[in-house]
Structures are given as structure tokens and as C-alpha cells.
Ligand binder design. Structure first.
Ligand SMILES: [Zn+2]
Length: 245
């Protein structure tokens, strides 16, 4: 695995690659990929791989990250599949765009929402889980004033409507630490083995280290709605939100 294509271009829906390794006839590692592996609370992409030589199609049903490699779990589809993929095969990868784009909207919305409750309420984000229909943000907050969340929702929607550009950078660990120390961030310490860091900047709002898939502009989120607030004991809180279309 040499190239993670979604690091700098989250809008890439199709790409060409070479198979590097296949395990058990169904776990495929490519030399480059635009498929997002399940991680950081964001579900994996799905889609298909088409072998250039004979047009054989393989559905990508799961993508995960194992030992630093992004692995695509495939299932042969259609009649053209005479043999499974093998190392050296040239393939075209096609991402299920509706699913991915929905996750990009949810993911970017999570950045906006998290930033608002950090800034306005002084909350600390402790986790998140994205879904196609609704997403969840977990945070730590001593005094939980539910009435204030209608106001936070309004502020988040204002940020969305202001059409802030979202920029992606791939920088050295050193550069990242310098950049992040000057600005607000959610970033936790980077583990020692990481040499390059992907930074995500919502212009004028936040810059963070994040490996997920993002929109180019907050306007593409369209809007969000807080659906549910839960008290999870002590200072642990949970919020569910949906997207407006
Ligand atoms: Zn992100």
C-alpha cells in the first residue's frame, strides 16, 4: 500500500490500481486506493473492483485497516468471474458514491457540531459514530443545560450556511505539531510511528488532525438537526443528529 487517494481528494469516485496481495481469495490489498476503511467512527466504503483484463466484477463488501494495509473484502458478482483476483491484476475501483457522500456530509457536520459545543459549552468530545441516517457525538460536560442546545444547533447551522471552505493537507508530524499548537484543536497526541499527518481545516473555524472523508465546503452539509440528547451518567453526554436535505 503506497497511496491513500482519499487523503487529498475525497471526491475521487473511480481509480485504477494494481493488486498487491490477495488472502483467502477474498481479502485484497491494492497499491493505491480511494476506498475508506472503517475507522474513527466512520463506516467503510462499499463499491466494486473490475479486473481490466476480462471485465470480471467483484463487489467490495467491507474495507478495513489491518497492519497498516487497507484491505478490501470482495465477493465475485455476475457471470464473467472465472477466477478470483491475484497479485499483479490491474483493476478499476468504483466507490458507491451515494453512501460515501452521505458519510462525507455526516463527517463534516460532526466537525462543525463538535466545534460549536466545545467552544460554546466548554464540552470535551470523547467519541463519535457516523451513520447514514443519524450520527452520534459523545462528550463530557459537567453542567448539562438542555435548553442551550437549541442555540448550539442554530450556531452550527449558521456556520454551515456561511459556506466555509474545507482544506486538506498532508504534512510531516513536525509541521502538524507546530500548526496545531497555534490553533484550537481536538487532536490527541500522535503515536510515535506516524511520520505524516493529515490535517483538516474548516477555514476560520478549526484545524484538526483527522483521517476521515470531508466535503470541500460546509455549505454541502445543507443543515443539521439535533434529534436527541442523553445523559449517560456523571459528566458523560450523548447527542444524536440528522441532516437536513
Ligand atoms: Zn474529519
Amino acid at each position: 500500500m503506497k497511496e491513500v487517494l482519499y487523503f487529498l481528494d475525497c471526491y475521487l469516485r473511480e481509480f485504477k490500481a494494481t493488486v498487491e496481495k490477495v488472502t483467502d481469495d477474498k481479502y485484497v490489498v491494492l497499491d493505491r486506493t480511494a476506498f475508506y476503511p472503517e475507522s474513527g467512527g466512520q463506516p467503510n466504503d462499499t463499491g466494486k473492483l473490475v479486473r481490466e483484463e476480462d471485465g470480471a466484477e467483484f463487489e467490495v463488501v467491507y474495507v478495513g485497516k489491518f497492519n497498516g494495509d487497507i484491505s478490501h473484502e470482495i465477493v465475485p458478482t455476475g457471470e464473467k468471474v472465472a477466477s478470483s483476483l491475484k497479485a499483479g491484476d490491474r483493476v478499476k475501483g468504483i466507490i458507491d458514491w451515494d453512501r460515501r457522500y452521505r458519510h462525507m456530509r455526516m463527517h463534516t457536520a460532526t466537525h462543525v457540531m463538535a466545534n460549536v459545543i466545545e467552544r460554546e459549552a466548554g464540552a470535551q468530545i470523547t467519541g463519535n459514530q457516523l451513520g447514514l441516517d443519524q450520527s452520534r457525538v459523545d462528550f463530557s460536560l459537567e453542567t448539562f443545560d438542555r435548553d442551550k442546545f437549541a442555540e448550539y444547533e442554530k450556531i452550527a447551522n449558521k456556520v454551515i450556511a456561511e459556506n466555509h471552505p474545507v482544506n486538506l493537507y498532508l504534512v510531516s508530524r513536525k509541521e502538524a505539531e507546530e500548526k496545531l499548537s497555534r490553533l484550537t484543536t481536538l487532536a490527541k497526541g500522535f503515536s510515535e510511528d506516524i511520520s505524516e499527518v493529515r490535517l483538516v481545516e474548516i477555514e476560520g473555524i478549526t484545524i484538526e488532525a483527522c483521517g476521515g472523508t470531508h466535503l470541500k465546503n460546509t455549505g454541502e452539509i445543507k443543515g443539521l438537526k439535533i434529534e436527541k440528547l442523553q445523559n449517560k451518567g456523571k459528566s458523560n453526554r450523548r447527542m444524536y443528529f440528522t441532516l437536513l436535505d
